[in-house]
Design a binder for this molecule. Structure first.
Ligand code: ADP
Ligand code: MG
Length: 805
C-alpha cells in the first residue's frame, strides 16, 4: 500500500521528465544570454546604478523572470570584481534552476555558495526577504562574510544569525534583504515570534524565499525533528531514579530480552514477576500502573538499547545526544520525555528539567511556510521522490565544471568486524607510507576513537573529528588534503568545507596529485546511500584525482538490522574467516540490505508525513488566527451578547484604542495558554487511549476523533476565557492592570529539539497497520504510542496467558 502511494507519486514525475528536460534546455539558453551581456568595461558606479534600477523595477511589479538575465549578469560581474572569482557556467545554470524553484544537485567543491548568490540577489530585489539556510552556524557566518561584499556592492543588505545573538541583532539581520541562518535558528525565532504580544516585537518580517544549502540534510534528515519552545521553569522531577535502580537488578535473558536487531526490549514473565514484587504494585499491566509501566519501559530502553559513546555521550556532567545521520553531537537536542530522564538516571546525572512546552513545529513544516523553496546539495537525485512529495521540488542535476576523475573502488566485504578492522588499519598504513592523504569516515564516535587509538599505537598520528566546534573542525578538514594527513571523522563532519589537495600550498598540490589525490575510506555503509555518496564526494573535487573504498562486514549494524536471513546466517558460518569474502552473491545481498534500509526509512517518512499533516493543519489554523489578533483584528464581535454589553460599557471609561489593546492582550494570553494546554492534553488523550483498545475500538481512529473534538473545543474555550477575564475587569479605573489580571507572557523561554524517535520502526508498523486513518501527532506526541503499542501487545499476551491458565 505504501509502495503504491509512492509509485503513484513517481509516475507523474516520470511523465514530467520531458517537461523538466525542456525546462533545463531553456535554462541553458538563459546562461548563454547572460554571458552575452558584457559589463566588463562598465564603471563600478554604472553597475550600482543598474542594480538600483532593477530594484525599482521589481518593486514596481516587473516579474523576477523578466529581470533574470540582467540581474544574473550583474552578479556575475560583481563576483568578479569583489571576490576575484569568475563564475562558471554551471554555477549560473544552478543559480537559474534555483531561482525557478528547483533543487540543484552539484558536487562538493563546485562552488554552491556562489551559485546561491544569483537567485538570492534576484529574489531579494522585491524586499520580501531571502533566507539562505546553512548547515551550521559557522557556515552562516562564513558565507555571509564571504559573499557579503557582492551584495553590498550591488546595494543589497545582507546579514547572518548565530545562536546566542540578541533579539535586536536578529531583528536587524532579518530586516536585511538576505539573511544567512541555520534552519534551526530561523525555526526557533519563528517559535519565539509566535509568542509576541506586539507586532513590532517580531524579529522575522515574513517568509519570502528559502534557499536551502545541504538540502538533503535539512529537508530530509533533519526534517522530522520538532523544534520546541518551552517555559524556563522547572517541573517536578520524575520518579525515574528509583525505577532506574530497580531495573538495574534485572538480568538480560532471564528478566528481559531484546529482539535481534536491538530495537525493542521486552520484559519476560520472570521479569514482570520480579518487578511486581519489588515495586509492590500489583499487576503491572493494570490500568492504574500505566505510567509506571511507561517509566519501566523507558528505563529498560535506556539500559538495554541506548549505548554510551554511540547514541549519546556524557560531557561536563551532561547528556549530549549523538545525531544518527551526522554521527556528531547534536546541540540542544533531547530525547522524548521519559527516555531522557531514564538515560540521565542510568548515567547518574542530575535530570534534565523540562518546562511546560509552549509551542512546537517540525523543521519540515517550518520550511514549508516559505512562499518559495529551492536548494542545493551534492546528493539529491537518490531522494528525488521524497523532495517531490514533501516539498514539490524537482531535482536538477548540474554537470560538474570539470569531469569527475575519482575512482570508486568496489567494496571489500569481511565476515567479522575484527577482520575488517585489521584490514582497514593495514590499508591505512600502507597508503600512508606513500604520503597520500587519507580521510576515513566512521559510523560512530566510539569507532573513530578506537580506530585512532589503534593507529596511534602504530605510530600514525591522525586528526579525529568529533569535536563540537564547527569552526575548528572546518580548519582541520581543510587540511585533510595535505601530504601525510590522516583524518578520521564521523560521516558528515566538516560538511560545507572544501578539501584542497596539498592544503593552501599550491606547490604541495602537485605532489598530492601525483600520489593519486585524496583517498577516502568508509568503514561502514550508512542506512542511506546518500550519506555514503557525501563521504565519497569529499574526494575528486573540481576534476582532481582521488579514490574511495568502503570496508564492510557481515557484523555491521546495517546488516544486523536489515540483512536477509541468509546474510545473517552467513555471518555465523563464515565467522572467523580472516580474509575478504569475495563472492558476488553476498555482496549483492549487502546492497539489498542497504536498499531495504532506505526503503523502510523512506516509507516511514512518507507515512509520518501524511499523518503529521493533521496536527500541523490545526497548528496553522491556530497560528493564523493568532497573527490576525496580533495585528489588531478585533475578535469581540464573536463574543456573547453579555460580553458585548460589557465591552460597550467599558468604552465609557477607556478610549477605544486602549480597549482594543486590552482585548488583544487578553486574547493572546488565553490563546497561548490554552494552546500549551492543548499540546499537553493531546499527549494525555494519547496516553489514555489504550483503554479504547481494550474496548475493541481502533485506538488511532479514536485518537483522531478526540483531538479533532478537542481542537474545536479549544477555539471556543479561548473566546470564553477571554470574555471572562474581560468581564471581571473593573474599567472604571480607566485602565486595566494586566499583571493583576494575570495577563503576561512567560518571563523566560528556552528552545530545543526533540530527537528523532529511536524506535520509529515500531511506530511505523503500528501506523502502517492502521494507515487508513488520517491522524497525526508529530513525533513529540507519537512516542508514547509506540510504547503503547508495545504495551498493548504485552497486555494481549498476558490476557492470552490468563485465558490459558
Ligand atoms: P561547495 O559548497 O559546492 O562544496 P564552495 O562554495 O564551498 O563549494 O566552494 C568551493 C571552493 O571553490 C571555494 O574555495 C571557492 O572559492 C571556489 N570557487 C567557487 N566558484 C569558483 C569559480 N567560479 N572559480 C574558481 N573557484 C571557485
Ligand atoms: Mg557548500
Amino acid at each position: 500500500m505504501i509502495k503504491v502511494i509512492k509509485h503513484l507519486k513517481q509516475l507523474p514525475a516520470r511523465w514530467n521528465n520531458k517537461e523538466l528536460e525542456a525546462e533545463i534546455n531553456h535554462f541553458k539558453q538563459l546562461v548563454e544570454k547572460i554571458k552575452e551581456v558584457n559589463l566588463e568595461n562598465e564603471e563600478d558606479s554604472k553597475l550600482v546604478e543598474m542594480s538600483k534600477r532593477l530594484v525599482s523595477l521589481a518593486q514596481r511589479g516587473i516579474s523576477e523572470d523578466e529581470l533574470l538575465v540582467q540581474s544574473f549578469s550583474l552578479v556575475k560581474e560583481a563576483a568578479k570584481r569583489k571576490l576575484g572569482i569568475e563564475p562558471f557556467d554551471v554555477q549560473i545554470l544552478a543559480g537559474i534552476a534555483m531561482h525557478k524553484g528547483k533543487l540543484a544537485q552539484m558536487q562538493t567543491g563546485e562552488g554552491k555558495t556562489l551559485a546561491a548568490v544569483f537567485p538570492a540577489y534576484l529574489n531579494a530585489l522585491t524586499g520580501k526577504g531571502v533566507h539562505i539556510f546553512t548547515a551550521n552556524d559557522y557556515l552562516a557566518k562564513r558565507d555571509a562574510g564571504w559573499m557579503g561584499p557582492v551584495f553590498a556592492f550591488l546595494g543589497i543588505r545582507s546579514g547572518f544569525i548565530n545562536e546566542g545573538m540578541s533579539r535586536e541583532d536578529r531583528k536587524k539581520a532579518y530586516a536585511a534583504d538576505i539573511t544567512y541562518v541555520t534552519a534551526k535558528e530561523a525555526g526557533f525565532d519563528y517559535l519565539r515570534d509566535s509568542l509576541c504580544y506586539e507586532d513590532d516585537e517580531l524579529t522575522q518580517k515574513g517568509f519570502g524565499t528559502a534557499i536551502v544549502d545541504e538540502a538533503d540534510f535539512i529537508l530530509i534528515d533533519e526534517a522530522r525533528i520538532p523544534l520546541v519552545i518551552a517555559e524556563n521553569e522547572p517541573v517536578k522531577k520524575s520518579i525515574s531514579d528509583k525505577i532506574s535502580k530497580i531495573v538495574d537488578v534485572l538480568v538480560l535473558g532471564a528478566d528481559y530480552n531484546t529482539d535481534e536487531s536491538f530495537r525493542n526490549v521486552y520484559l519476560t514473565d520472570n521479569g514482570t514477576d520480579k518487578l511486581e514484587e519489588l515495586l509492590e504494585c500489583g499487576n503491572l499491566y493494570s490500568e492504574e500502573n500505566y505510567e509506571l509501566l511507561l517509566e519501566i519501559n523507558c528505563a529498560l530502553h535506556a539500559r538495554a538499547l541506548l549505548r554510551r559513546d554511540v547514541d549519546y555521550i556524557v560531557k561536563d556532567g551532561k547528556l549530549k545526544l549523538v545525531d544518527g545521520f551526522t554521527g556528531r553531537i547534536a546541540d540542544k537536542r533531547v530525547w522524548p520525555d521519559g527516555l531522557q530522564a531514564a538515560i540521565e538516571s542510568k548515567e547518574g546525572l542530575s535530570s534534565f528539567q523540562e518546562g511546560r512546552i509552549l509551542s512546537t513545529i517540525t523543521m519540515q513544516h517550518f520550511i514549508k511556510s516559505y512562499a518559495k523553496i529551492c536548494g542545493m546539495t551534492a546528493t539529491a537525485a537518490a531522494s528525488s521522490a521524497e523532495f517531490k512529495e514533501f516539498y514539490d521540488l524537482d531535482v536538477v542535476v548540474i554537470p560538474p565544471n570539470k569531469p569527475c576523475k575519482r575512482i570508486d573502488h568496489e567494496d571489500i566485504l569481511f565476515a567479522g568486524n575484527s577482520a575488517k578492522f585489521h584490514a582497514i588499519i593495514s590499508e591505512i598504513k600502507s597508503v600512508h607510507a606513500s604520503g597520500r592523504p587519507i580521510l576515513i569516515g566512521t559510523a560512530s564516535i566510539e569507532e573513530s576513537q578506537r580506530l585512532s587509538d589503534a593507529l596511534r599505537e602504530d605510530g600514525i598520528y591522525c586528526n579525529v573529528l568529533n569535536a563540537k566546534n564547527h569552526e575548528q573542525e572546518a580548519e582541520i578538514i581543510a587540511q585533510a588534503g595535505c601530504i601525510g594527513a590522516v583524518t578520521v571523522s564521523t560521516n558528515m563532519a566538516g560538511r560545507g568545507t572544501d578539501i584542497r589537495l596539498g592544503g593552501a600550498d599550491e606547490a604541495e598540490r602537485d605532489k598530492v596529485v601525483a600520489l593519486g589525490g585524496l583517498y577516502v575510506i568508509g568503514t561502514n555503509k550508512h542506512e542511506s546511500r546518500r550519506i555514503d555518496s557525501q563521504l565519497r564526494g569529499r574526494s575528486g573535487r573540481q576534476g582532481d584525482p582521488g579514490s574511495s573504498r568502503f570496508f564492510i562486514s557481515l557484523e555491521d549494524e546495517l546488516i544486523k538490522k536489515y540483512g536477509s536471513k541468509s546474510l545473517n546466517a552467513a555471518a555465523i558460518y563464515l565467522k572467523g574467516q580472516k580474509g575478504p569474502i569475495d563472492d558476488a552473491f553476498h555482496k549483492r545481498l549487502v546492497e539489498k540490505a542497504q536498499r531495504a534500509a532506505e526503503g523502510q526509512n523512506e516509507d516511514m517518512r512518507f507515512l509520518l508525513w501524511r499523518y503529521s499533516n493533521i496536527i500541523e493543519n490545526q497548528r496553522k489554523i491556530f497560528y493564523n488566527w493568532r497573527q490576525a489578533v496580533l495585528r489588531g483584528a478585533s475578535e469581540f464581535v464573536k463574543w456573547t451578547f453579555e460580553a458585548l454589553k460589557e465591552y460597550n460599557n467599558a468604552q465609557k471609561y477607556v478610549s477605544i484604542d486602549v480597549l482594543m489593546k486590552i482585548e488583544k492582550y487578553i486574547m493572546l494570553f488565553h490563546m497561548d495558554r490554552l494552546w500549551a494546554e492543548y499540546i499537553y492534553q493531546t499527549n494525555y488523550i494519547r496516553e489514555g487511549i489504550h483503554l479504547v483498545n481494550i474496548s475493541g475500538l481502533n485506538p488511532l481512529e479514536e485518537f483522531v476523533r478526540s483531538i479533532q473534538a478537542s481542537f474545536d473545543e479549544l477555539m471556543l474555550e479561548v473566546y470564553e476565557e477571554a470574555q471572562n477575564t474581560f468581564r471581571s475587569n473593573d474599567f472604571s479605573s480607566g485602565d486595566i492592570d494586566l499583571d493583576k489580571a494575570g495577563i503576561k507572557a512567560p518571563s523566560s523561554t528556552w528552545t530545543y529539539q526533540i530527537t528523532d524517535n529511536p524506535f520509529s520502526d515500531d511506530l511505523g508498523m503500528l501506523l502502517a497497520s492502521n494507515r487508513n486513518i488520517g491522524f497525526t501527532p508529530g513525533i513529540l506526541l507519537l512516542w508514547p504510542i509506540v510504547l503503547f503499542g508495545i504495551i498493548y501487545t504485552r497486555i494481549k499476551k498476558s490476557n492470552k496467558a490468563n485465558e490459558m491458565v
